[in-house]
Design a protein around this ligand. Structure first.
Ligand SMILES: NC(=O)c1ccc[n+]([C@@H]2O[C@H](COP(=O)([O-])OP(=O)(O)OC[C@H]3O[C@@H](n4cnc5c(N)ncnc54)[C@H](OP(=O)(O)O)[C@@H]3O)[C@@H](O)[C@H]2O)c1
Length: 243
């Protein structure tokens, strides 16, 4: 796929990884829908940065826990920019809750945001695209999905892998669905930024360093440009998953 001029939706694109991915898409000439939940000012800043590169960008708010708002998000992208051709499922929640205290509400919330929203957006994308239009779905995952300390998060990220592979089959041959599984890129957003990095438990891989946002964006752009990779997991984790 040539990304230039394509309509891309990035969820949770106000800051952190999502912003970096939205900027890379804008830099490649995509028309970018910058989705946000609460980070309105940050999302507007992401959109301004894309516009300053000469690409089109709009901001769209939606609470991904609410299926009606997810449907409205997909419809708003189509209305404002056109059918979604590149879907980047970046937004997620990552609560520090283990097996002993994970509640039904917390479990359901993780599934709604981390799995159901990507599924509904893919379904909407399928209905927006004509049968021969090319498309790309890229979902952000984690090098480690079995996480006792973040129980529901880990289970939902395993489900994202299943979703990726099932979408790859369901949307073939024109749409490719892949995931990028990250190692340590940024400290978790629930850890205060004033805590020194060496006090935070960060699981580095053989690379022995954090990954950069550019390295994540490069992997995404590779998956967008390559039409013969689908149902695949690209680990951007400095080799952590093989250690
Ligand atoms: N950071 C890392 O090193 C790392 C490592 C492994 C995997 N990952 C994966 O990479 C992706 C991005 O990571 P990150 O650390 O940048 O993520 P993050 O900061 O924890 O969250 C990204 C965004 O998700 C959005 N979001 C959460 N709940 C929402 C809701 N109910 N409705 C709408 N938006 C919602 C938030 O948007 P608003 O702020 O607008 O509400 C938030 O800014 C995630 O899928 C994560 O699992 C990251």
């Amino acid at each position: 796929m040539d990304p230039n001029g394509k309509v891309a939706l990035v969820t949770g694109a106000g800051l952190r990884v999502g912003r970096a991915l939205a900027l890379a898409l804008g830099d490649a000439g995509c028309r970018v829908a910058v989705h946000y939940g609460r980070s309105e000012t940050d999302a507007q800043e992401t959109a301004s940065l894309i516009q300053s590169m000469g690409s089109q960008a709009v901001t769209i708010q939606a609470d991904l826990e609410d299926a009606t708002q997810v449907a409205a998000l997909a419809a708003a992208v189509e209305d404002q920019l056109g059918p979604i051709e590149i879907l980047v499922n970046n937004a997620s929640i990552f609560d520090k809750v283990g097996l002993d205290d994970v509640s039904i509400e917390n479990w359901d919330r993780h599934f709604a945001i981390n799995v159901r929203a990507p599924f509904l957006l893919a379904q909407a994308m399928q209905s927006q695209l004509t049968s021969d239009s090319p498309g790309k779905i890229i979902s952000l995952n984690d090098w480690r999905t079995a996480r006792p300390t973040r129980f529901a998060y880990g289970v939902t990220k395993t489900a994202v892998s299943g979703l990726t592979r099932t979408l790859a089959l369901s949307m073939a041959p024109n749409v490719q669905a892949n995931e990028i599984s990250l190692g340590a890129i940024l400290p978790p957003s629930d850890i205060p930024t004033d805590r020194p990095r060496n006090e935070i438990e960060i699981d580095l891989g053989p690379a022995d360093r954090m990954g950069s946002l550019n390295e994540v964006a490069d992997a995404m752009m590779m998956l967008i440009k390559n039409d013969f990779i689908t149902g695949e997991t690209v680990n951007v984790d400095g080799g952590r998953h093989i250690q």
